[in-house]
Structures are given as C-alpha cells and as structure tokens.
Design a protein around this ligand. Structure first.
Ligand code: FAD
Ligand code: MLT
Ligand code: ZN
Length: 472
C-alpha cells in the first residue's frame, strides 16, 4: 500500500477504497463515455475530515479529483488514465444542516442529492427550483461546481443565482466558512462566485447556503405542437409577454427527439398530431387558482392557434397528466444513450437567433455529416440548445479516431454559435471534453486571468488537473 493511502486510512472520519471492483463505479461516467484510473476513492464524512485529506494530499503532492454524483456530461467527474489522483467523493456528506423558511434559506452539506434538497424545501412549503434530469443522483456540490442550469433557469436562474454562501476547503486544507444567507453583502470580492463553475479546480465545496422561494399557489402545464421551430419561437415570445415573471419552463424538443423517446420508452411517449416537427413544453406558475391560470394560458394561446402556428395542445388538468407531459422531456438523455452515439452540444445563443442557428446547423449537417441525424433538446427560454448530432453505433465503430471526430464536429457547430454571439458551453461546463473549445473560443486575456486565479489558489496545481483550463 502506498504511503499516502496509509496516511489517509489513518484519518478519522475518512473511508478509503482502493480495490478495482469497489472503485469501478467511480472510474466511469454516467453515460459510459469517459473513464480513467485512480489511486483510491476517499470519502470523508465532515468538513474537518475533508480538510485533513486535503492537507495530506498537499503535503504529499497528490492530485485530487472531487466527485459528486458523477453525472457530468463533459468528462469532468472521472480521472484521467495516469492513475495518480485520488477521487474525493462527497457522498458521505449528505446532511441538511438547517432550514429556515422565514429566511427562505437552507444550508446543506455539498454531498446532498439535489432531489433530497428539493423535497426538504417542499416539506417546509418552500421551493428549491433547480431541476434537471439527473436530480436523483447529482449533488449540490456538483451543481455548484458546474453552475448547473436545468429546466427552471428561465425563471430562477442558474445555480449561481441560487447560492447565498458556500463553505470550501482549499487545496492546502484551509477551511473557508462563507455560509452566509445574506441577500446583500458588498464587503469586497464575492469569493463564492469563484468557486461556482470552477469544476473542482480551486478547492472542494463542502457546504452551501441556498435560496428558497415561496411555493407558487398554482401551476399550469401544456405541451404544444408545431410544424416549424419558427412557429415555436413566435409562440414563446407571445407567452413571455403574457406571463411576465410567471413562465417557469419553455422546453423545446425536435420531433426526432420525441421519436427517439418513443422508440426506447414507448410507455412514456405522447401521440404527435400529423405534421408535428417540434414540441414546446410550457409551464407557468403563479398566484390564484389552477383553473384561473389554465384559463389564462389557453387565452394567451388563442392567437397563435388561430394563426395556425400552434397545431395542437395538451393541457394537464391534474398532477398525473403534468408528469406525463414532463416524462418524455426528462427521458431524453437516457433514450439518446439507447439510440446510438449522440454528440451533444451545449450551445447558447441570443434567443432571437435560435431559428437561424437551427437552419445553419441543419444545413451544415446535411452537407458535411450526412450520416448524422439532427436531434434538438432546447431550454428555449434561455436560448440554450443541446444540438445533438446522432450517429449509429455502426458508423461510430468505423471511425479512425472518435476523439478527433468529436472535436471536429464540435468546432463546426460551435463556430456557428460563436458567429451568432453565442457560447459552446451554456450549462454543462468544460470538463475534459471542451478543453479544445476553451482554447479556440476564449479570448487570451480571459484565459490569462483564469490561469492567474488558478495559480494563486492552487499553486501546486493539484486540484483536478487537466480540467477546465487548457494548457498554457
Ligand atoms: P459530478 O458529475 O460528480 O462532477 C462535475 C464536476 O464538478 C467535476 O469537475 C467535479 O470534479 C466537480 N465537483 C463535484 N462535486 C464537487 C464539490 N463538492 N466540490 C468541488 N468540485 C466538485 N446539467 C445542466 O446544467 N442542466 C441539465 O438540464 C442537465 N441535465 C442532465 C440530465 C442528465 C440525465 C444527466 C446525466 C446530466 C445532466 N446534466 C445537466 C449534467 C449534470 O447533471 C450536472 O452538470 C450536475 O450539476 C453535475 O453534478 P454532479 O454532482 O453529478 O457532479
Ligand atoms: C438536458 O437538458 O436534458 C441536459 O442538459 C442533458 C442533455 O443534454 O442530454
Ligand atoms: Zn440542458
């Protein structure tokens, strides 16, 4: 057994696993696309135990990869092939520390699973609005480290907007307790924002104070069917004007995506009216009664229906129907895994440019990648399009170098986004997958500032090496 493993095993509150069988699940990601090796999986049960682990790794010069629910979409949560790092798993740090409905805040360990936090809030008649397909597995620390977006970002913002304070352990083991729940605090640099979206490259997030919201009294959910993406966008604009501050989801799916869900999960599929090319899931939440809100929603949709933009609509009249409308949306990542090899892009563009982006991306695929089927999952309200080039496994197996192919396809599509004033990473982060994009699209002064921050907080370069920042 190596010296560092022996040291870590001796620490109180720290469990250490180093057999290949026991580590297997930590060495490969949720979609089974990225894998690597590690010396051990180390799981501390408290902030003090995390600090002791970090101190030992700092002294020994051992790299550390923090791991939450391991649901990263871009290779951020598994180690590289060198086998030099330890994985620091937050899974044992899963306590709700305190909840204060009067202050609309909850303070949690970073290893709390997102769904557990949502449920704790509901138990106190409050809402923690972050919501995404992996919510049963991903952790608050991972959501913070990636600045997750999800389906409610339109109304409540990204994780950055939901974090009031954090507790973090620095690479040398120093504990920083920034667990304030203040809404206003202009006392110098707001350091929590450095850690939000830093993907474990600056330190370990061990705790977080999060914003809660009053639970809206009523919700109305509908699924709209369109022939074209243009019509969906026009209708979305009408709804934004009709429900200022009340729209909580505008989720766009291409017909190709709905068909993939239907192929792999027929019991989750919804019937599509003839001519459907796109669907838009719309949710509004506000005061008053459910019936009033539903009436208001249908009234707002009258004009787009009369204009022929909306082909048809399903309105949920109870919770079971609401879930049935959401189920295909939440099934896309799993269904895509069964379908083939989908190259998911995480593009955001100004919302008015969405139709132009889709037209140009489809044309590019038809011309340069005729083996790909375009599949779109979009958080339309945020202009965030997961444009997926779907390939068959047979096609994929014949590629000489899938990594280079993935990068080249990414550049083709991300170039269009860049040309439209957009980004290649709206909510998934960088991980290892988007390193070539960081080098291609980020301005030199921006990269230089990021490297300077990294060098200051992690002078030995031990935190999550090879992630987020391209080599200088
Ligand atoms: P991990 O995957 O374990 O780690 C992600 C990164 O954060 C890694 O770099 C890791 O080192 C770092 N990290 C993790 N915990 C800590 C910590 N405590 N301290 C410091 N660094 C840490 N993402 C969205 O934004 N929106 C979506 O709608 C969305 N939907 C998804 C649906 C599915 C089905 C799946 C599989 C993924 C989806 N994702 C989505 C991506 C993913 O769920 C999010 O990025 C999530 O925030 C990652 O959380 P995690 O706990 O799994 O982190
Ligand atoms: C989503 O919006 O469903 C996620 O970001 C995951 C995906 O892109 O598949
Ligand atoms: Zn998404």
């Amino acid at each position: 057994m190596s010296e560092i493993i022996e040291t870590l095993r001796a620490l109180p509150g720290v469990s250490v696993t180093d057999t290949p069988e026991d580590m297997a699940g930590n060495l490969i990601d949720w979609r089974r696309r990225f894998s690597g090796k590690a010396r051990a999986v180390v799981a501390p049960d408290s902030t003090e135990a995390v600090s002791a682990v970090m101190r030992a790794c700092w002294d020994a010069g051992v790299p550390v990869l923090p791991q939450g629910g391991n649901t990263s979409m871009c290779g951020g949560s598994v180690p590289d092939d060198s086998g030099t790092a330890i994985i620091l798993s937050l899974s044992r740090m899963n306590r709700i520390r305190s909840i204060d409905p009067e202050d609309d805040s909850v303070t949690v360990d970073a290893g709390c699973v997102l769904q557990v936090v949502q449920e704790a809030a509901l138990d106190h008649d409050r809402l923690f609005p972050m919501s995404l397909g992996a919510e049963g597995s991903c952790q608050i620390g991972g959501n913070i480290a990636t600045n997750a977006g999800g389906t409610a970002a339109l109304r409540y913002g990204n994780m950055r907007d939901l974090v009031l304070g954090i507790e973090a352990v620095l690479p040398d083991g120093t504990i920083w307790n920034g667990l304030r729940t203040l809404r206003k605090n202009n006392s110098g640099y707001d350091l929590k924002h450095l850690f939000i979206g830093s993907e474990g490259t600056l330190g370990i997030v061990t705790g977080a104070a999060l914003r809660l919201f009053p639970r809206p009294a009523a919700e109305a959910t509908t699924l709209l069917f369109f022939a074209t993406a243009d019509a969906a966008l026009k209708t979305a604009a009408t709804l934004r004007a009709a429900f200022p501050g009340e729209l909580s989801a505008l989720e766009l799916l291409s017909r190709s995506e709905q068909d993939i869900v239907a192929r792999h999960f027929p019991d989750r599929a919804l019937a599509m009216p003839e001519g459907t090319g796109w669907t838009l899931l719309v949710e509004v939440a506000g005061a008053g009664t459910e019936a009033d809100l539903q009436d208001k929603l249908m009234a707002a949709l009258e004009a787009p229906m009369e204009a022929g933009d909306v082909l048809d609509a399903i309105l949920a009249s109870n919770e079971r129907q609401r879930e049935a409308i959401w189920l295909p949306r939440h099934s896309v990542t799993e269904a895509n895994m069964h379908e083939g090899m989908g190259l998911t892009h995480d593009i955001a563009i100004p919302i008015g440019k969405v139709p132009e982006f889709l037209t140009r991306a489809d044309a590019l695929l038809a011309e340069k990648l005729p083996d790909a089927t375009p599949v779109v999952v979009g958080h339309l309200g945020d202009g965030n399009m997961h444009y997926i080039a779907m390939f068959t496994r047979e096609f994929w197996a014949k590629l000489d170098d899938p990594k280079v192919f993935t990068k080249d396809v990414g550049h083709l599509l991300n170039d269009i986004a860049a040309d439209l004033g957009g980004t290649f990473s709206a909510e998934h982060g960088i991980g290892t997958m988007h390193l070539p994009d960081m080098a291609r699209y980020k301005a030199a002064p921006e990269l230089a500032m990021m490297h300077a921050i990294k060098a200051t907080l992690d002078p030995k370069g031990l935190m999550n090496p090879g992630r987020l920042l391209p080599a200088q």
